[in-house]
Design a protein around this ligand. Structure first.
Ligand code: AHG
Ligand code: MN
Ligand code: MN
Length: 329
C-alpha cells in the first residue's frame, strides 16, 4: 500500500493552477509569462485534436512545398505553425515569434516583453504512420525596450537566457512538460476534462540508464568516436531505441535513463537539429532534470547563436552516459 506521504503528492492539479501557484518564483511575476504558457498549452490542445484525427480530416501528407530548412513541409507542420502563432497573437503576451517553419521574425506586438522560438511540429514525418510527434518551445525576455521593434539580437540570445522552455508530446497520451528554471514538471491531457493534469512532478533522469538513441544509418559517416561509444553502450547492455521524433526520444530517455545522439556527417556538417527551435529548449529541460546537453564539445546553453535556423550536433541525456561520451571524444 502507498505510504501516507505519497498520497500528498499534488496529482490532480491542473496546469493552469500549477502555473499560477508557481508564478511568484519568477522574478518578473506580473502574470504575463504564466498567461503565455497557458496560451501555448491551449494551442497544444488544438493541435492534439488535429494530430489524432489527421488521417480522417485529410491532414496527412505533404503540402508540396519545401520550408526554409530545405525540408518537405507536411500539412500538419503548416497547421501547427498557424495554431501556435495565432494563439500567441491572440494571447497578447508575445512581442515576436520565430518558427522552424518561417524564415523571418513574426512580429506580434512591440509593447510585449516575450519572444517565443518554436518547432511547431517535431517529428512530422511520423504523422502519416501514427507515431508520436511533438511541439518544442523556448521563451525569452527581449533585450530591447518595449515599444520598439524586436531586433535580431532579441532573438539571437543564448539558451542560458531562456526564462522558460517546454514541449508537448502527442503520444499514446498527450503531455505538456515545462520548466521555468525551478525543476521540470509534466502534465497529462485528460481528454474528458480538456485539461492538462499534473502527472509527473519534479521529473529527473534516473541514476540507472537503459537506452541509447541514434539513427544508426549515420554511424558509418560520423566521427569514429561515436561508433566506439555506441559499441560501449551495447556492451554494457543498453537497448537501442530510436523513434525519429526528437521529443519522444528525449522524453523516454528522461523517464528511463539514456542518451540521444545526433552527430554531424559529411552531408550534414553541422548536424541536423536546430539550435533555437529544438536544442536550447531540450538542453534547458535536461539540465533542470539533472541531465547534460552538449554539441560534443560545448554546453548547448552556452553556444552563441549566429542565425535563426542554425543547426548543431546534439547529444543529450543522463549525466553518466554524457560523461562517458565525453571520454570517448
Ligand atoms: P522536424 O520534424 O521538426 O523537422 O524534426 C525532425 C528531427 C527530429 O525530430 C528527429 O529526431 C530527427 O529529425 C530525425 O532525423 P533522422 O530521420 O535523420 O534520424
Ligand atoms: Mn523538430
Ligand atoms: Mn518541425
Amino acid at each position: 500500500m502507498a505510504e501516507k506521504k505519497d498520497l500528498g503528492t499534488p496529482i490532480g492539479t491542473t496546469l493552469d493552477r500549477f502555473i499560477k501557484s508557481k508564478q511568484d518564483e519568477f522574478k518578473y511575476a506580473t502574470g504575463e509569462l504564466s498567461q503565455l504558457l497557458r496560451d501555448i498549452a491551449l494551442a497544444g490542445k488544438i493541435v492534439n485534436k488535429e494530430v489524432i484525427s489527421a488521417g480522417l480530416s485529410g491532414l496527412n501528407g505533404q503540402v508540396g512545398e519545401v520550408n526554409v530548412q530545405g525540408e518537405n513541409q507536411q500539412k500538419l507542420d503548416v497547421v501547427a505553425h498557424i495554431r501556435f502563432t495565432r494563439a500567441l497573437t491572440n494571447g497578447r503576451m508575445t512581442a515576436a515569434v520565430v518558427s522552424e517553419e518561417e524564415e523571418k521574425i513574426i512580429h506580434i506586438n512591440e509593447d510585449n516583453h516575450y519572444i517565443v522560438a518554436i518547432d511547431p511540429l517535431d517529428g512530422s514525418s511520423n504523422i502519416d504512420v501514427n507515431v508520436s510527434v511533438g511541439t518544442i518551445f523556448s521563451i525569452y525576455r527581449r533585450k530591447s525596450p518595449t515599444g520598439t521593434k524586436v531586433t535580431k539580437s532579441d532573438i539571437l540570445q543564448k539558451g542560458s537566457a531562456q526564462v522558460a522552455a517546454g514541449y508537448i508530446l502527442y503520444g499514446s497520451s498527450t503531455m505538456f512538460v515545462y520548466t521555468t528554471g525551478f525543476g521540470v514538471n509534466g502534465f497529462t491531457l485528460d481528454l474528458s476534462l480538456g485539461e492538462f493534469i499534473l502527472s509527473h512532478p519534479e521529473m529527473k533522469f534516473p541514476k540507472e540508464v537503459a537506452y541509447y538513441s541514434i539513427n544508426e544509418s549515420l554511424l558509418e559517416d560520423s566521427e569514429p568516436y561515436i561508433s566506439k561509444f555506441v559499441m560501449s553502450c551495447r556492451k554494457q547492455g543498453l537497448s537501442a531505441r530510436y523513434i525519429g521524433s526528437l521529443v519522444a526520444d528525449f522524453h523516454r530517455n528522461m523517464l528511463k535513463g539514456g542518451i540521444y545522439l545526433y552527430p554531424k556527417t559529411s552531408d550534414k556538417p553541422n548536424g541536423k537539429l536546430r539550435l533555437l527551435y529544438e536544442c536550447y529548449a531540450l538542453a534547458f529541460i535536461a539540465e533542470q532534470a539533472n541531465g547534460v546537453a552538449t554539441d560534443g564539445v560545448n554546453r548547448i546553453l552556452d553556444i552563441d547563436p549566429k542565425e535563426f535556423h542554425q543547426r548543431t550536433e546534439f547529444y543529450v541525456g543522463s549525466k553518466s552516459l554524457m560523461e562517458e561520451l565525453n571520454r570517448f571524444n
